[in-house]
Design a protein around this ligand. Structure first.
Ligand SMILES: [Zn+2]
Length: 251
């Protein structure tokens, strides 16, 4: 096997690995998104609960205030019954009327608070339903992630071993160049060539589509490691293309 073929074998194994792992990666990202949404719902639920506690404590304060007003009014009515002068009676009456207005105001406040509490209770119920629903989606997502993980686990190990073995046969400098190209260009780290004009031996890089100088073709045909003069990816000749480029007589 020439250098190009050895490198291509590493590259193709790496591509298979990446393909497998990208499916797992997608499942993992989906699962993380579900966890994130579930946490957000939990936080929202907590905030509703604390709002409800505040409203309930304000309601309690206002109800206590109403009870105090009622007690005071009760006392004033007794005192009115025992009033000795009309002036005294009138003074009690003024106070009672003031308290009545105050009581009305507090009562209205309580009604408003009860309405708010009901609205938040509805929100809380909806929030519980959303959390249940999201939990189901999360559980399915987790199962899917785990299934995918166990499905590919053995194959990934196999491919990793295969890739490492193949990589061991390639010059380390070339290998690190391939690694750099994989990081930068992923599936475009290596590319085949396209024939533009067979007679004139005009070819282009299948990755960047730029026409390649004729010298590159002879390098490729001789099996020497060749990079695209334009985009820098490693080039290879697949068998069909190589055969197509051979003079008819030699076939
Ligand atoms: Zn190119």
């Amino acid at each position: 096997m020439n250098e190009t073929k050895k490198l291509l074998a590493v590259f193709q194994t790496e591509q298979k690995l990446r393909g497998l792992q990208s499916r797992l990666g997608a499942a993992e990202r989906f699962l993380n998104e579900q966890e994130r949404q579930l946490n957000a719902l939990g936080e929202q639920h907590g905030s509703f609960e604390s709002q409800l506690r505040q409203i309930q404590s304000s309601t309690k304060e206002n109800e206590d205030e109403m009870a105090r007003i009622d007690e005071r009014m009760e006392k004033l009515r007794e005192e009115m019954n025992n009033a000795r002068t009309n002036k005294e009676y009138q003074a009690f009456l003024v106070e009672v009327n003031g308290l009545k207005i105050e009581r009305g105001r507090v009562e209205e406040e309580v009604l408003g608070l009860l309405e708010q509490a009901d609205a938040i209770k509805t929100e809380l119920e909806q929030s519980v339903a959303s959390q249940e629903e999201r939990t189901k989606v999360r559980d399915v997502a987790k199962q899917d992630r785990d299934t995918r993980h166990s499905e590919i686990k053995d194959r990934v190990k196999e491919l990793e071993a295969e890739r490492d073995q193949l990589a061991g046969e390639v010059n380390p400098k070339i290998l690190s160049e391939l690694q750099r190209l994989l990081d930068e260009r992923d599936e475009d780290a290596m590319a085949g060539i396209e024939i533009i004009d067979k007679k004139r031996h005009e070819i282009s890089c299948a990755s960047c589509m730029m026409t390649l100088p004729i010298e590159l073709l002879s390098r490729l045909l001789s099996g020497d490691l060749t990079s695209c003069s334009n985009c820098g990816c490693f080039l290879y000749l697949d068998e069909d293309t190589a055969a197509a480029l051979q003079p008819t007589a030699k076939r």
